[in-house]
Design a protein around this ligand. Structure first.
Ligand SMILES: C[S@@+](CC[C@H](N)C(=O)[O-])C[C@H]1O[C@@H](n2cnc3c(N)ncnc32)[C@H](O)[C@@H]1O
Length: 292
């Protein structure tokens, strides 16, 4: 399998490619597939959980937009999963992306995706002749996200981003590739306006066998960046200083504000998620339509 983008050497699996394989997408290399099959060999439900993680990201982002009337969404570590973008291009994974879910509740909301993987950026560029819908940005360098020149200069974005107002930041399945996720959350606390919502999902080693966690960690050793399974307490602590929206930190299959969404949870691989709200803000409006 080849990917768009000349000159990229695929000597290591990419986190995005492995995840795309698990999701049933088409944008992975033989090396990605090998790593993904090693993950599945250890944890057979990994594809199912990956899909639930994907749905979680869209569902919670749409909920945050609807609940708080927020109109700017930053999806950081978006992966090879492009929805209907600012230029109207549809992508490859057969699930509703964060962007699609947000647009379902607020068609006028701005959704901006970032990734720091060259493969993801090349893929996005190939989908659009002149403009990669996915901006280059690293979650460990928040300047690269919030001071990205396109926010001010791109005709589709200029004048639409206002960081003095609340934003939704989606960090779905990305912080487990980061050494110091607490520093990321601290940076977001400093950067974002009160009332902003950060949506986090993270692979956990809690209530999963150590053998499986080690197997999955080893499988990701073939990838360009290692995966770090953290325990639930560590992940929950990332929201210190934030208000956790109900139901708090739960398996991604169980996250919904009213308990109405209930997917199957598997002991073989667990990803937990939460929505953390930056305090000192009153909800602006009660918007209940649509979503995913
Ligand atoms: C497992 S995929 C998750 C995709 C999507 N967020 C989702 O949950 O459906 C992880 C993505 O995070 C990206 N990533 C990893 N570390 C990153 C970093 N420091 N900054 C930005 N993106 C990063 C990877 O390149 C990959 O595309």
């Amino acid at each position: 399998m080849t990917r768009p983008g000349q000159g990229l050497a695929f000597t290591k699996a990419s986190a995005a490619g492995v995840y795309n394989f698990l999701l049933g997408g088409k944008n992975w290399t033989a090396i990605d597939r090998e790593a993904a099959l090693a993950v599945i060999g250890t944890s057979p439900q990994a594809p199912e959980v990956a899909k639930e993680n994907f749905r979680f990201a869209g569902r919670v982002a749409a909920w945050a937009v609807a609940e708080y009337g927020i109109r700017q969404v930053f999806d950081i570590g978006v992966g090879l999963v492009v929805g209907i973008g600012i230029d109207g291009v549809v992508g490859s994974v057969p699930l509703d992306s964060v962007e699609t879910c947000v647009r379902n509740v607020d068609p006028g909301a701005v959704v901006i995706a970032y990734d720091n993987d060259e493969v993801v950026l090349a893929h996005a560029r190939a989908l659009r002749e002149n403009y990669g819908h996915v901006l280059r940005g690293d979650v460990t360098d928040l300047d690269s996200i919030f001071d990205h020149p396109d926010l001010h200069s791109h005709p589709k974005l200029a004048g639409r981003i206002d960081l003095s107002k609340p934003a939704v930041v989606v960090l779905a399945a990305v912080l487990h590739f980061v050494d110091d996720p607490a520093a990321v959350m601290a940076g977001l606390r400093d950067r974002l306006a009160p009332g902003s919502v950060v949506v986090v999902s993270h692979a956990t080693k809690s209530r999963t066998s150590q053998e499986r966690v080690s197997g999955m960690t080893r499988a990701y050793d073939r990838a360009s960046r290692p995966i770090i399974f953290r325990d639930e307490e560590e992940i929950a602590a990332l929201a210190d200083g934030w208000d956790l929206a109900p139901p708090g930190l739960v398996d991604v299959q169980l996250w919904s504000p009213d308990g109405s969404y209930e997917g199957e949870v598997h002991e073989t691989v667990r990803v937990v998620g939460m929505a953390a709200v930056l305090p000192d803000h009153q909800p602006e409006r009660d918007h209940t339509a649509g979503g995913c």
